[in-house]
Design a binder for this molecule. Structure first.
Ligand code: NI
Length: 391
């Protein structure tokens, strides 16, 4: 199914490849932002650049009468990954790569804008939001601080997704991507001679118990139907083989899904760490930081997307459960959803036949460009559906 015209399809791929070849990190997306602004100006819009440093915002008023404002968002940034793909549009910057598909999000939103400009029959306003720094650097939050949500009633966004085949779209109601938290636990004991355990309070043994005990948060504390991941990614202690050190340090991440678990997690983690270290005579200092909240889709907005996908791609294309429709990764679109109802969609972009199966953030990641037309149409039709003229 073509979804878009031949020339729109060409632009989808050309723009994506241009951005892919010139990746830029968080808050450094100047060339990408310039490309976006130029294209929006060509469409007759008046983009505002420099929002949250490198973000771009533009508005289009429909000709179908007065109505609400909705926001469509794409993210601009690449990752510090060195690309190993041998493709003509391969990254020209060593050590930097669009390894998550944000290049495709930008080109899809630009073609959605093009199509909405061509036929502005909707009632209300579409705000196009090109956001910097999605990859853990707080771009969404900064855009919100600079007013991008003012006057906005609903928000929509999408992510290309190699965990689903091209042609399918996850339209999940409720929690769909996880909250991302970080923690650092310092276990304080008392050092001494490795051969005199009776004279020390060993922080390595205590910290080992803390690591084990933290695993029971997911197995013995939460509802098994409420996903939770607790991973310790760094365990540092000691300087020498025959010395018990005075302290040990653990760092890791929690990924939670439901609002209740997200809220209760910091205090519970601290209690488990403190009590298991205390059993070995050690104390803990716990530093717990939020990165992004969970992505929780408004059921009505998810349903709206579901209808759009079914109309565009057929009944079977819209998935609401099963593998690939939820994940424990984070997305800072969650910040928008904390403040406005809306929905985020995962647009399938895996193509086994073409070998496009590598996971996001891999140095061999690439997505199926045949997913772009549906992504662009989904954004366009979400706007049209959300801004249907009455009567
Ligand atoms: Ni991403």
């Amino acid at each position: 199914m073509p979804y878009v015209s031949e020339s729109e399809r060409t632009r989808l791929i050309e723009v994506r490849r241009r951005i892919h070849a010139h990746p830029e990190l968080a808050y450094e997306e100047q060339a990408t932002a310039r490309l976006v602004s130029e294209r929006l100006r060509e469409l007759g819009l008046s983009p505002q650049g420099g929002v949250a440093e490198t973000g771009v915002v533009a508005e289009l008023k429909g000709q179908g009468g007065a109505g609400p404002t909705i926001l469509l968002r794409a993210d601009l940034d690449a990752l510090p990954v060195h690309e190993l793909n041998e493709v003509p549009y391969r990254s020209q910057r060593a050590g930097l790569m669009h390894a998550c598909g944000h290049d495709g999000h930008v080109s899809a939103l630009l073609v959605a804008a093009e199509r909405l400009v061509a036929q502005p029959s909707f009632a209300g306003t579409v705000r196009f939001c090109f956001q910097p720094a999605e990859e853990g650097r707080g771009g969404a939050k900064r855009m919100i601080e600079e007013g991008v949500l003012e006057g906005v009633e609903r928000v929509f966004g999408l992510h290309l997704w190699n965990e689903l085949p091209t042609g399918s779209v996850a339209c999940t109601a409720g929690p769909m991507l996880a909250a991302v938290d970080r923690f650092r636990i310092v276990v304080l004991g008392e050092g001494g001679h490795a051969a005199l355990p009776q004279r020390v309070r060993d922080p390595i043994v205590a910290a080992s118990q803390v690591v084990q005990a933290l695993q029971t948060l997911a197995s013995r504390w939460t509802d098994p139907l409420d996903p939770l991941v607790v991973t310790v990614g760094r365990f540092a202690a000691g300087t020498n083989w025959n010395v018990v050190p005075p302290h040990a340090e653990l760092e890791g991440t929690c990924r939670s899904f439901s609002r209740a678990t997200y809220e209760a997690l910091p205090a519970k983690l601290e209690q488990v760490a403190r009590d298991s270290a205390a059993a070995h005579g050690c104390e803990v200092e716990v530093h717990y930081d939020r990165t992004t909240p969970p992505v929780i889709n408004d059921p009505a907005a998810a349903l709206l997307g579901r209808r759009v996908v079914q109309r565009l791609a057929g009944e079977a294309a819209a998935l609401s459960e099963g593998p690939g429709t939820r994940a424990m990764i984070g997305e800072d679109f969650a910040e928008f959803l904390e403040l406005r109802p809306g929905a985020f969609f995962l647009v399938g972009s895996r193509n086994e036949a073409r070998g496009l199966t590598h996971p996001h953030h891999s140095d061999r990641f690439d997505f199926d460009e045949d997913a772009l037309p549906l992504a662009a149409r989904l954004l366009e039709e979400l706007a049209r559906e959300a801004l249907t003229p009455v009567g």
